[in-house]
Design a protein around this ligand. Structure first.
Ligand code: ARG
Length: 227
């Protein structure tokens, strides 16, 4: 058995539309949730979505409490020390959100003593701390809170993945996304290093779903169809 009880537990932070968010029926929806459903189906498992702070997603898989991490999760070398990643199923781009009348026009302008809001534990936060200094970054537990801080003038910009950024900007007046993308990255599924059989099974199911167009269909349903 690659998991216990026939259940595939997915660690996520369901405040990251269109990848994962609460659904009207009380459950969860989004690209990651639907892809995970199909993977679970292929493996004959029942998907259980476990919502938590983003900062706990990787550690919960590492400790074996959760089976997979799917959270618009960017592959990077630091994380590879703690968990294994499947092949990538989507691209992510870190973008910069500012008030419409902001004097920030490029990523370089963030260096002009600007305060940047990020989601705690994310790559966006890490890049900003590296590029502009820890004291220039304020971390929030989720993207919506960072956006609230931006609207309240507590931070000058928010750095976050592009698709959630589009949704936040669409729902909040007076904000815009800068044209320049800050960093480009790959999203993949995280699995415990102690369960290589699960990683292999997830990866082959994922690759079948990529090959037969199912993953693209889900992405189109949530993203391209609305553009
Ligand atoms: N792609 C970024 C990262 O991996 C942000 C992911 C945030 N995901 C979430 N579900 N809140 O660090």
């Amino acid at each position: 058995a690659i998991v216990s009880n026939g259940e595939l537990h997915m660690a996520t932070n369901a405040a990251f539309p269109p990848y994962e968010m609460s659904a009207d029926d009380g459950g969860y929806e989004g690209i990651d949730v639907e892809v995970a459903e199909l993977i679970a189906q292929k493996l004959g498992l029942t998907l259980v979505v476990d919502d938590m702070e983003f900062g706990s997603v990787i550690t919960s898989v590492q400790s074996g409490k959760e089976d997979i991490a799917m959270a618009g999760l960017t592959v990077n070398e630091e994380r590879k020390k703690n968990i294994d990643f499947t092949d990538s199923y989507a691209k992510g781009v870190q973008v910069i959100i500012v008030p419409e009348d902001s004097d920030i026009q490029t990523a370089a302008d963030l260096g002009n003593n600007k305060m940047i809001g990020c989601q705690q534990g994310t790559t966006g936060s890490i890049y900003c701390q590296d590029d502009y200094g820890e004291d220039k970054v304020t971390d929030y537990t989720n993207g919506a809170k960072a956006i609230e801080a931006l609207k309240a003038g507590k931070v000058d910009a928010v750095v976050i993945d592009s698709e959630p950024a589009k949704q936040f900007v669409a729902k909040n007046e007076g904000l815009k996304i800068l044209d320049t993308s800050y960093v480009e990255e790959d999203y993949a599924i995280g699995v415990s290093k102690d369960n290589p059989a699960l990683c292999e099974a997830i990866n082959s199911a994922l690759n079948e779903l990529i090959a037969d167009g199912s993953v693209q269909q889900i992405i189109d349903k949530y993203i391209n169809a609305n553009e």
